[in-house]
Design a protein around this ligand. Structure first.
Ligand code: 5GP
Length: 174
């Protein structure tokens, strides 16, 4: 496919929004036992930058799920490829996600994590494409709402490339 990339959200915009999200999370979780569960690999940049800004004692864990097998289309099948390592019992769980699209991934992950008996499960996602939703699910902390575009950068890939871009760009087919 012939395509070009167009910058959509700058490094500075991401940085500023992260500071705001971090402050909200900090005040909501003060005094609680917070476990941040990042969904690999897309959330790594966001998780690293966000958590550095949160002045709380928290722990980090990771899950890997897969619904996209390269390319830009969802298969709709969500597989759990890696579970968390730590116990979540009676903890406050905050799932860190790169983007909420159909919502199918988060629905599966939330149900899966709920079986581990945490006190709460909330979602923090850098990006949200509400127009694409197939299930009724919302994130409690959202960086940016975006239109129905395929985006890359800042952790998000296109066939495993572009995750290292410091900004978010959209892929434009030619
Ligand atoms: P959902 O299950 O909500 O449809 O999809 C969530 C996952 O699909 C995200 O974690 C991400 O891996 C992938 N995804 C959805 N939209 C995009 C997009 O615009 N760009 C990229 N690179 N991945 C996306």
């Amino acid at each position: 496919m012939e395509y070009s990339i167009e910058k959509m959200i700058s490094e500075t915009q991401i940085e500023e929004r992260i500071k705001e999200l971090a402050k909200m999370i900090e005040s909501d979780y003060a005094g609680k036992e917070l476990v941040c569960v990042g969904l690999l690999k897309g959330s790594i940049m966001f998780m690293a930058d966000l958590l550095k800004r949160i002045e709380l004692n928290l722990s980090m864990d990771f899950m890997k799920v897969s619904s996209y097998h390269g390319g830009t289309d969802s298969t709709g099948v969500v597989q759990i490829l890696k579970d968390v390592d730590s116990s979540l019992e009676e903890k406050e769980v905050l799932i860190i996600e790169d983007i909420i699209d159909t919502g199918l991934t988060l629905e599966t992950v939330k149900k899966f994590l709920a079986t581990k008996k945490p006190n709460s499960i909330k979602v923090c996602s850098l990006l949200d494409k509400p127009s694409r939703r197939k299930v009724d699910i919302e994130g409690e902390y959202i960086g940016f709402e975006i239109p129905d575009e395929f985006v890359i950068g800042y952790g998000l890939d296109y066939d495993e490339m572009y995750r290292n871009l410091p900004y978010i760009a959209k892929v434009v087919k030619r």
